[in-house]
Every structure is written in C-alpha cells, then in structure tokens.
Design a protein around this ligand. Structure first.
Ligand code: F0G
Length: 458
C-alpha cells in the first residue's frame, strides 16, 4: 500500500514559481531576512500556517453561489447554524469573522479582572484576549506533553491534578470557564484524549465551572482518538467529535482550520442568556447575529467545509501526509518534536544547528536557510517570537525552545511536493555545520517577529 493517496482530483490549479538561489538571496535580503516580509509569489512551498490556506472543494465553490446576502435572516445563516448544531449539539451559534473574534466576544462577556482561565495551552490570540479583560491565562499542560522527544499518543492533554489544585487554591468563583484546545497547537497539533476531556469535564461539572473547547482542529483531534485511543476504532469520526462536544458547554472555533474555509469562525453555547449578551456585543463590532462579519457565501463555504472535514478518507490522508513529512525527516536523524501532530511538523532548530549559540538565533537561521535552499517558508517559534530583553542587564533572554514550524495547508500540496520539502531539509541537514547565525538590526517593541529586520553574522 502507498503511504498516502490524496482522496481528491485536482480541477483548478494555481501556478507556483520556481526561483533560483541567487534570486532568493536578493529577495530575502530585501525582506530584511524576515520571511513574513516576503511576497507570497516569491515562495514555492508555503508552510507558514494551516490557517485560512485550505483548498476548497467543488461543493464549497458551488455553495458560494448559493450564498444569501440578506442582512438579516439569511438562508445561509440557517444552513450554517444547522450544520454547527448537528456537529456540536450547541443550540446557540454565533458567527464571527475568525477565531479570535469569537474569543474576544466570549471572554469579554464572561471574564472580569482578577479571574483565571485555565487551558491545556492557550494559543497566543486566546491568551491575549483573556488578558485584555484583566483576567489571567493559565497554561496547565500534562507533564507528558512537555518532553519534545517523548512520543506519547496524547501530548495535548491537560494536567487534571493541576486543574483541581488551581480550583482548590483560587476558588471556583474566580474561574469563569476552563478551556481545552483541540488539538493543542503548541507542539504541532498534539491531540487531547477522550479520557482526558472526560476527566476535565467531570472536574468542571463538580465545581460548576463551564468547559469550553477551542475547537479549531476538532476533526484532526477526533481522528487521533479514533486511531490511538482504546474503544474508539469503530466509531465514526463525526460521532467522536460529537462525544467531545457533549463533554463541553460551548466552544470557540476558527473555521480557517477544520472549517476548510479561508475565513470565518463562531462561538457556540447551550446557555441562552449568555448567547443574548454575546449577540449584543457582536452587533457592536462584528455585525448582525445572522452574519457576524461574514458574507452569506462565507457561511455556505464553512457549512460545507464542516460537513467535509469529518470524512475519514480525508482525515486519513491529512494526518498521513503530516506524519510522512515528520517520519522521513526523523529517520535521517533530523531533530523534530515527536510525534508529528495533526497540522504541523516542528523542527528543533537548537538541536539541528547545534552548537550555534541561542543568541545567534538558530530558529531564524534555519527558517532563512529553508527559504534560500528551496523557496520553503516556515515560521520561527523561538527567541525571535518569544525571547525578551532583560530590563536590568539589557541582554536578550532566549526562549525555552528554538523551533521552526512547518504547518501543512489542507488539501493544497501533493505527496511529491512534500517529498521536495523533505529533500530540501535533508540537503540543509547535510551541510548544517556551515550555516551561520543572525542578529536583529531593527525591531518593534511588541510582536517583533512580524517586522524585525535581520543581518547574517557572517
Ligand atoms: N486558537 C488556536 C488553537 C489557533 O491555532 C488559532 C489560530 C486561533 C485560536 C485563532 O484563530 O486565526 O481564526 O483568529 N492559529 C493560526 C496559526 C493563526 O497559524 O496557528 P484565528
């Protein structure tokens, strides 16, 4: 059996442009060696993110034409709402323009200054939206999720004992909700087991605290439960997803991931009174509750995407193609976070470029080299993104890990393109000792990774 078969034919193609190393040297230099500053047209294989980059199906493109653009009571809203209700069981469904808008609406409705919001690991916009309300975002990852080389099947789990301790110490009254991110983006989309979700849900119910899923990659998580957790092998993924949502009281969703759409999201809940409050806030910034900042056609594309994403041929292919990339690299000794997750492979740049000092920015150096070597764009998740300047010494404090994320867009690249990515990385691996570091020559005070300019040290 082949490792991967794409369960689709390609009807529309988008040319991508091969460039020479000389051209890429010039383009990257002009971009200040920051891949965020490149034009996408100058990238051959773009693995910057899996968010909003999915290829839509013929059915989704067909659905766009059925979009009802009525301001209020659009037919497309009702179709969208019914698909989300059928999938999640949540009665109240509020569309938003993307995931972070859903987060802002949820947290600014339920959080107050001094509150605490536990999560297995907050995504950065989720953390920022919690903290914007004056509440504190608390990450409680399970200990087995924190060892990069440990191939545990459910590295996204929450530390249930730590959750109980937090509730005992701080009191349930200060915790307006608990959130579990499926899959856990930090670490490359590591799944959360049903057993862990059930245990978290039981703690929350015992203390009367609502449990929310950050459901961006719920279908990939459900697939991992089916393929890795005892007792689920014969259950359809859609039913597994429903069992996950049944353990929660609501969810936020970025439809740019497992919605297979290029834009959109929603917040959903069983709680009618909360939904009314959220809708009032929605009207202020996003739009009327039957479109929430989206066009009617977007609602149609998301509805169809949510129906397609639980198809098991698709999920088998999806997870196999990410695993294929990770395993072929690991087999040759390339250090990656293990095991490969649902949507991304993380290269361990500190180990890859060992003994480069952390102050020479190994994550940035590897990201730049992947572009120079093969026109591949990944993203540094290391000192450039998370390092900080010590206020006393003025010295740069490196982040805990130096990673380069290769996120795989859904249904976009073929197996031969992934093979090309493997070949380029192995070629860079072979001459790793000749790769030099970088220094920052210009940076913004916050979120510097998007706009910083760098200079090669050699
Ligand atoms: N939650 C998680 C777990 C995410 O990964 C993201 C986005 C969001 C929330 C926010 O959703 O972008 O629609 O507002 N992650 C993207 C990424 C940006 O590249 O991982 P959004």
């Amino acid at each position: 059996m082949p490792e991967i078969i794409e369960p689709f034919r390609i009807k529309v193609v988008e040319p991508i442009r091969m460039t020479t190393r000389d051209e890429r040297e010039r383009l990257l230099g002009d971009a200040g060696y920051n891949v965020f500053q490149l034009r996408a047209d100058d990238v051959l294989i773009d693995l910057l993110t899996d968010s909003g980059t999915s290829a839509m199906s013929a059915d989704q493109w067909g659905a766009l034409m059925r979009g009802d653009e009525a301001y209020a009571g659009s037919r497309s809203f009702f179709r969208f709402r019914d698909v989300v209700r059928d999938l999640t069981g949540f009665e109240h469904v509020i569309p938003t323009h993307q995931g972070r808008a859903a987060e802002r609406i949820l947290f600014s409705t339920v959080c107050s200054p001094g509150d605490l919001v536990p999560n297995n690991t907050h995504f950065d916009t989720t953390r920022a939206n919690v903290e914007a309300t004056g509440a504190q975002a608390v990450d409680l990852p399970a200990p087995h999720g924190l060892v990069p080389s440990e191939p545990h099947p459910f590295k996204g789990d929450m530390d249930v004992a730590a959750l109980e301790r937090l509730i005992d110490e701080k009191g349930a009254a200060r915790i307006p909700l608990v959130m579990v991110t499926v899959t856990n983006n930090t670490g490359g989309g590591q799944p959360v087991s049903m057993a862990n979700l059930r245990a978290v849900s039981e703690v929350c119910r015992r203390h009367g605290i609502p449990l929310y899923l950050d459901a961006c990659r719920f279908a990939e998580n459900a697939w991992f439960i089916k393929s890795r957790e005892d007792g689920w092998a014969d259950t359809p993924v859609k039913e597994i997803a429903r069992a996950m949502f049944d353990l929660a009281d609501g969810c936020t969703m970025s439809a740019k991931k497992d919605g297979l759409a290029n834009i959109g999201g929603f917040v959903a809940t069983h709680d009618a009174a909360l939904a009314r409050q959220e809708e009032n806030l929605l009207i202020l910034t996003e739009g009327f509750p039957t479109y929430g900042g989206l066009a009617g056609r977007d609602l149609e594309a998301i509805a169809t995407g949510l129906e397609e994403v639980v198809h098991e041929d698709y999920l088998a292919y999806r997870v196999a193609s990410v695993r294929y990339l990770g395993e072929h690299l690991a087999r040759e000794g390339v250090p990656i976070m293990q095991p490969p997750g649902g949507h991304a492979v993380y290269l361990d740049a500190a180990a890859f470029l060992d003994p480069m000092p952390r102050t020479d920015l190994p994550g940035q150096a590897l990201t730049a080299e992947l572009y120079l070597a093969g026109g591949i764009r990944g993203v540094e998740i290391g000192t450039v993104m998370f390092g900080r300047t010590d206020p006393e010494s003025g010295q740069e404090v490196p982040s805990r890990m130096e990673l380069v994320r290769l996120a795989i867009p859904r249904r976009v690249y073929t197996e031969s393109q992934i093979k090309y990515v493997i070949d380029v990385i192995l070629e860079v691996w072979d001459r790793r000792s000749a790769i030099g570091g970088y220094r920052i020559v210009e940076q913004a005070p916050v979120l510097r990774h998007f706009t910083a300019r760098f200079e090669p040290l050699t």
